[in-house]
Design a protein around this ligand. Structure first.
Ligand code: FES
Length: 158
């Protein structure tokens, strides 16, 4: 049995195990891992966060087979009262409201080039990406809709 009042030859306990090199080495603190942050105390009067409802998945509607579309062009699709031009250009799909904001001419009959469609009415052009007027009256735009191709089927969400 060891007397706790009796000095030992080493200041260490078990770590040195009698090794004089270790006994004279400065103590090294164990590498501490940062503690995980605790809960943040809100300021008094701060409203408690409320969980937001999940954004619902848009309702996709089958509008036809991709094989029926021109490689770089559009087709008119009617969804309820909506007339939508669905375009394929350079492998990407686009859907625009089929209504020129200048004078109401159908856009889908116009030529498609570089992700733009030209209105056959007076030659204004519209971005298929976001519906902006790119030639004619900057600031005007037409509505766009989500569109996708799934297993050869074109779908539009309204
Ligand atoms: S109706 Fe489209 S540019 Fe005039």
């Amino acid at each position: 049995m060891t007397d706790p009042n009796t000095p030992t030859s080493s200041p260490c306990s078990n770590e040195c195990a009698g090794d004089p090199a270790k006994a004279n080495a400065p103590a090294v603190a164990a590498a501490a891992t940062p503690a995980a942050p605790g809960p943040i105390n809100p300021l008094p009067g701060t409203p408690t966060p409320v969980a937001q409802p999940a954004v619902p998945e848009p309702a996709w509607t089958n509008v036809g087979n991709a094989a029926d579309w021109p490689v770089n062009g559009g087709r008119l699709v009617k969804l309820g009262a909506r007339r939508i031009g669905v375009y394929r250009n350079n492998g990407k799909w686009y859907a625009l409201k089929d209504y020129c904001p200048h004078a109401g001419v159908s856009l889908v009959a116009g030529p498609v080039h570089e992700a733009q469609v030209m209105c056959v009415g007076h030659g204004w052009t519209f971005s298929l990406e976001d519906g902006r007027c790119t030639r004619g009256a900057p600031g005007m735009r037409t509505t766009t809709y989500p569109v996708r191709e799934v297993a050869g089927v074109v779908e539009v969400a309204v």
